[in-house]
Design a protein around this ligand. Structure first.
Ligand SMILES: *[C@@H]1O[C@H](CO)[C@@H](O)[C@H](O)[C@H]1NC(C)=O
Ligand SMILES: *[C@@H]1O[C@H](CO)[C@@H](O)[C@H](O)[C@H]1NC(C)=O
Ligand SMILES: *[C@@H]1O[C@H](CO)[C@@H](O)[C@H](O)[C@H]1NC(C)=O
Length: 218
């Protein structure tokens, strides 16, 4: 992407961000099951929470969840994300898959390893933290994933400044639907949906619009 394209992109984001300032935001993490196929269900979520909401970047995100693997999850299983942005005009926009962010279909068994090996430092950093989180409960780092209960309580993930390449994911309100499925047969193993508001901290002089990268200070 050359610099004039970037300027254009940023201009679009500024316009979009200002259009959206008036909108409501989620102040509480809300989730719903969207599982329709109970017979083939392999993953059941009992509870989930994330705080603070809105999610602030950079900042710490506290995650808790409790889920049960009802049937063994085999290699080849994918996670299909469907990300929708709710705009001020009350109209929903589908966010496509952009460099691994958005409505992507990812290898469910290697998602963390692929993040750890990602091309951007932000991805790798997040990947390393998620890997530690899952290793702390001994699950989700590789397939098969055996039948078990999984509980994560108040695990803190540090979210860095969003990579400038991800500025297309503007501050705003999103609903993210995640379906666990077998891609060759289309059989769904479980579906989970949550609402989240993303907000960049505005306290830094320059802020994210200038795309300045900042390193974590700790
Ligand atoms: C994506 O999610 C939105 C609501 O969050 C829903 O209206 C839409 O039908 C979903 N699309 C697919 C392909 O599942
Ligand atoms: C990540 O990179 C390491 C070292 O290059 C490699 O050994 C490993 O197989 C990679 N993992 C994935 C999932 O690509
Ligand atoms: C998981 O927890 C539920 C509720 O406590 C229990 O009924 C179920 O047997 C547990 N499953 C496994 C695999 O331990």
């Amino acid at each position: 992407v050359d610099s004039s394209d970037r300027m254009f992109l940023r201009a679009c984001i500024v316009v979009c961000a200002s259009l959206c300032l008036a909108q409501a935001e989620f102040t509480q993490f809300q989730w719903r099951s969207c599982t329709t196929d109970k017979v083939n269900q392999k993953l059941k979520v009992y509870s989930a929470s994330a705080r603070p909401m809105p999610v602030l970047t950079p900042g710490n995100l506290h995650l808790s969840f409790s889920a049960e693997v009802l049937q063994q999850i085999e290699p080849g299983t994918v996670l299909s994300f469907n990300m929708t942005r709710h705009t001020a005009l009350g109209h929903d926009v589908h966010i496509p898959c952009l460099g691994g962010i958005g409505s992507c279909i990812l290898d469910g068994c290697a998602i963390v390893d692929n993040l750890v090996n990602g091309t951007r430092e932000g991805q790798r950093d997040l990947g390393r933290q998620l890997k530690k989180m899952f290793e702390s409960v001994g699950i989700f780092t590789s397939c098969p994933i055996t039948v078990q209960n999984v509980t994560i309580t108040d695990y803190v993930i540090h979210i860095g400044d969003l990579d400038p390449a991800l500025n297309v994911i503007a501050d705003g309100d999103y609903t993210i639907q995640t379906t666990v499925l077998q891609p060759s047969t289309g059989v769904q193993y479980g579906c989970f949906e949550f609402d989240a508001t993303l907000k960049r901290k505005e306290t830094h002089g320059q802020g994210w619009l200038l795309g300045r990268r900042r390193r974590r200070s700790d």
